[in-house]
Design a protein around this ligand. Structure first.
Ligand code: MN
Length: 493
């Protein structure tokens, strides 16, 4: 996934210093790209492209970047001074994510060596300020990362931004398959699909449940056998009874059929609803869970927004092992000193967040009128995470992100027939809840241990949407003020 994307390193300069300096700049820029790639701290390749000296060179590289499918963004830096009027035409046309890497080739000022030649060659402090002005003047969405390029923390920040930029590339090509509509009467799962496509690139369309049933009927026993082997390799089975195995096999049939339809359309996310299962015997449980484990985004009750966000965040997290899941806030433990949220869903929590090997179980569903479905039951693991919700405010989209700390569930809950995750919301359960409700965050979220709030903020900035972050310093009062100002600002945009 990540290896299909690269980032272009574009270094600003000018002709004033003569060919020797320009050759040195070019050689060093190529060396920096090589060493950054060798560091192991970047998830994607950085490709040195050009030491740009003219308006035409910059416009050309931007045009090339815009049309290159593999280029997920450009990273600029000014080794020397680079007059920024020559960047205006290029920047005005840039459609890819942009990072200004404010660094310097040498770490130290060399006491004996430093003279005016050295100063002309090594003036990032000067050049990066001129370069920064023009992006500010043009109101460009950008990431500024300052620090020495060989330092691990700086490289990791650059890597984190690359993952957010990959999220942009994935978003712009994302297709979401809807089986059925949204759950009747629910508001927060609705949204303007035209606006979302214009803003985020998502193609959100519907396919009939009847077509899924036809596809399910065409699945062969051999295909089901092969998927059952995968289930057995990854999960424990609670029973070997014939009825139990038949139920799991029916889920495998559903998974295979959904995957065929998703792949035929190039969809990386899907939603369904228990209110529209016409011709299906079971609501997909392990079927949806195992698809999520493979990187597909899922949303219950027709929630295509959370399905798409889950797919994007999974793509940003590729190669990481903490896990990313579709999640729903269900119920609270409001005991003083032990205040926790319990998150779960009717069935469909991604096993990537499991603390231990999940178990396949079959239980009746409390709602709906279908057969008891097979599902994976497990506990989420301990660790810092975030929950993310995208809502449609009417005229604009708001991305809400809350810091949480997941704990081992404090109770075994032996009769709860679904996967569960327990967490402490920041700054604490009730204040965090007041903030979340004030911001309008949904009951459905994407929960991720692998992507940070800073990365989601970068992603929101690059997509041009509002971002709200609930942290350990949040209060409802401050948040209300922030939202009031943002309401005004976003009306002006
Ligand atoms: Mn739900």
């Amino acid at each position: 996934m990540l290896h299909t994307y690269e980032f272009w390193f574009v270094v600003g300069s000018q002709f004033l210093y003569g060919p020797e300096v320009l050759e040195t700049v070019a050689a060093r820029a190529a060396e920096m790209a090589d060493k950054l790639n060798a560091s192991g701290n970047l998830p994607c390749k950085i490709v040195y492209k050009v030491t740009a000296k003219t308006n035409t060179e910059i416009s050309d590289v931007v045009r090339e970047a815009n049309y290159d499918k593999h280029c997920a963004g450009i990273i600029t830096w000014c080794h020397t001074f680079s007059p920024s009027k020559m960047w205006i035409n290029g920047f005005a046309n840039l459609q890819k994510p942009y990072c200004h890497f404010a660094t310097q080739y040498n770490r130290e000022i060399p006491n004996e060596e430093i003279d005016m030649d050295f100063m002309n060659l090594n003036q990032a402090a000067h050049g990066d300020r001129e370069h920064g002005f023009i992006a500010a003047r043009l109101r460009m969405p950008r990431k500024v990362i300052a620090g020495y390029w060989q330092d691990e923390d700086v490289q990791k920040r650059l890597g984190d931004w690359m993952r957010a930029a990959v999220g942009v590339a994935v978003s712009r090509e994302l297709k979401v398959m809807r089986f059925g509509d949204n759950m009747r009467e629910v508001a927060v799962t609705e949204g303007d699909k035209v606006e979302v496509q214009a803003k985020l690139g998502w193609q959100v369309n519907t396919w009939p449940v009847g077509q899924l049933v036809d596809t399910m009927n065409a699945v062969t026993d051999a295909e089901i056998d092969a998927l059952m082997d995968e289930y057995r390799a990854a999960y424990d089975f609670a029973s070997e009874d014939t009825d139990f195995i038949e139920t799991v096999r029916y889920q495998a049939r559903e998974e295979i059929a959904m995957k065929k339809m998703l792949d035929a359309e190039g969809c990386k996310a899907f939603s369904n609803t228990f209110q529209d299962l016409y011709g299906m015997r079971q609501l997909p449980g392990i079927a949806s869970q195992h698809l999520m484990a493979q990187g597909y985004g899922y949303g219950g009750e027709g929630d295509w927004k959370v399905a798409a966000m889950t797919a994007i965040i999974k793509a940003m997290a590729a190669g990481k092992t903490g896990g990313t899941a579709f999640m729903e806030d269900y119920t609270y433990n409001l005991v003083p000193g032990a205040m926790y949220s319990l998150g779960a869903h009717m069935l469909e929590v991604c096993p990537s967040v499991a603390a231990a090997r999940p178990r396949v179980e079959v239980h009746p569903l409390g709602i709906g009128d279908r057969e008891p479905p097979a599902r994976l039951v497990f506990e989420g693991h301990e660790g810092d995470a975030i929950v993310v919700s995208l809502i449609d405010m009417g005229g604009r989209l708001r991305l809400i992100c809350q810091d949480i700390h997941c704990v081992k569930p404090i109770l075994p809950m032996p009769n709860l027939p679904v996967a569960r995750v327990m967490w402490q919301a920041m700054p604490d359960l009730t204040t965090g809840l007041e903030c979340w409700i004030t911001a309008g965050g949904a009951h459905h979220t994407t929960l991720t241990y692998d992507v940070t709030a800073d990365q989601m903020k970068d992603w929101a900035n690059m997509m041009g949407i509002e971002f709200v972050h609930i942290t350990d310093g949040s209060t409802p009062e401050k948040l209300e003020e922030e939202l009031l100002i943002k309401d005004l600002v976003w009306k002006l945009r």
